[in-house]
Ligand binder design. Structure first.
Ligand SMILES: *[C@@H]1O[C@H](CO)[C@@H](O)[C@H](O)[C@H]1NC(C)=O
Length: 459
């Protein structure tokens, strides 16, 4: 009956498709691969000095190490640096195996020093969840087990089985879990502590802050842990900037080497920071001399707009007012990122006697090219003039004129006088999430479709 399985499959396809939760695209996400997690856990082991602590604990009175018949003065002589193996457990977190060698010494009843060397594997599932109180990612271990891999002693072989078996029964199986499983927990606590500042607001100069808020429990796949964020971009006065819902989707990239990790920032999220800084994009360009440009006067403009020459027979200094009246947009394509600004350019003749008087207001849409680079805790951005896309006359006090001839002049003016001011405002940088001691300085950054991708590498 081939029909039934087919029906079933169709049913499953339908219902399984329905089961996939529809969720909004995260504004930012990170994928932590195995190389990164290995380093994070190894750092935690080193910092926690867990081995030293274990050895000290085992030697404490009342540590639970029961005397072995025929053996006195038992001591843990040596704990070898462990081999730690991690594996991703899809939908759970990380499987952790700590393989270590422990040497216990004592006096045997026949006189000499007795040494027992055991190799044990401690295994546990480190479940990853979102802490209810703090909202932070957190690991906790489950099902810790001790696997005895090998036992060696310097006892005469004829008495080996009996004594060793006793030792194993009475001591290792009972005592080691109590001794070693807390060690796994201690290491995890150190890992967990490294997320503490993940959701702290990170200042963007004086303008406001960015907060990397988790959008839910991190997910684990066979290859990585994914942490999704709903970043909160907040102004100094407390207002938040909504990330547009219609923002282009982040394409989840799978074209990276196994084990690697990345942080993905959506173009809409990056744009929200520009919106935060939007006020500083309103600029008044004053002064006669601007770089190598012809003098910033009515005489220069008259070359492109003859009506200006008619209105001002003698050269009068100019003031060019640029006002951005829509939230900036960021467009990202592979290797290219554009900042789209919409607003007005108003030119004033500033007569020394009567002060500024408006000559005309132009509606404009122009594009700056954005270059990104990384420092330890932020993305740095520098812009350059790309092109003036639209230019039209909104109002004019000197009569109607054709604006086309002004394009080249205004493009140079924006590059020389406007872009440096924008770049100054951007020096605050774009703060990146603080977690697991990540320093971004050595990482690489790439512009992809609708997203900025930071290749995470622990130094
Ligand atoms: C113990 O751990 C080591 C290192 O990860 C591994 O090679 C070995 O297979 C494990 N042995 C057992 C019995 O689990």
């Amino acid at each position: 009956m081939p029909r039934c399985p087919t029906m079933l499959r169709i049913l499953c396809l339908v219902s399984c498709a329905l089961l996939i939760p529809s969720r909004a695209d995260p504004g930012a996400l990170m994928k932590l691969g195995m190389e990164f997690m290995n380093k994070a856990v190894k750092d935690a082991m080193d910092e926690s000095q867990i081995l030293e602590k274990m050895a000290a604990m085992a030697n404490q009175q009342g540590s639970g190490v029961k005397p072995i018949k025929g053996m006195t003065g038992m001591k843990v002589k040596d704990v070898r640096p462990p081999i730690i193996t991690l594996d991703f457990l899809p939908e759970v977190g990380i499987f952790q195996c700590v393989s270590t060698q422990i040497t216990i010494t004592g006096k045997s009843f026949i006189g000499g020093t007795m040494e027992i060397t055991v190799v044990v594997n401690i295994t546990a599932n480190n479940r990853l969840s979102q802490d209810e109180a703090t909202g932070l990612p957190t690991f906790h271990s489950e099902g810790c087990q001790i696997i005895l891999v090998s036992v060696k002693t310097n006892l005469p072989s004829n008495m080996l089985p009996k004594v060793v078996n006793k030792f194993l029964d009475s001591t290792l199986q009972k005592v080691l879990p109590g001794l070693m499983c807390p060690a796994i927990d201690t290491v995890l606590e150190f890992v967990n502590q490294k997320w503490t500042h993940l959701m702290d607001p990170r200042p963007v100069g004086e303008a406001g802050s960015i907060k990397y808020v988790l959008s839910g429990t991190p997910t684990t796949t066979a290859k990585y842990i994914e942490v999704d964020f709903n970043p909160v971009v907040q102004r100094e006065d407390g207002d938040t900037i909504d990330l547009p819902e219609d923002g282009a989707a982040i394409t989840i990239l799978e074209d990276y080497p196994d084990g690697s990790s990345q942080l993905v920032l959506s173009a809409t999220f990056v744009a929200a920071e520009f919106t935060l800084l939007q006020k500083s994009f309103d600029v008044d360009i004053k002064g006669k001399t601007i770089g190598k440009l012809p003098p910033h006067t009515t005489k220069t403009v008259a070359r492109f707009v003859p009506r200006v020459g008619k209105a001002y027979r003698k050269p009068v200094p100019l003031m060019t007012q640029i006002r951005i009246n829509k939230p900036p947009k960021v467009i990202m394509k592979p290797d290219k990122s554009e900042l789209h600004l919409h607003g007005t350019i108003e030119m004033f003749a500033v007569s020394p006697k009567s002060g500024p008087s408006s000559m005309f207001v132009l509606e404009t849409h122009f594009i700056l090219d954005i270059q990104y680079s990384l420092s330890e805790d932020k993305v740095n951005m520098v812009t350059s003039m790309d092109k003036l896309l639209d230019l039209s006359v909104a109002s004019s006090s000197i009569g109607s004129f054709k604006v086309k001839k002004l394009k080249k002049f205004l493009t140079s003016l924006l590059q020389e006088a406007y872009v440096p001011i924008i770049n100054g405002a951007l020096e605050v940088g774009f703060p990146l999430p603080a977690f697991l001691d990540m320093k971004y300085g050595q990482s690489e950054l790439a512009i992809k479709e609708n997203a900025l991708v930071v290749d995470l590498r622990k130094p």
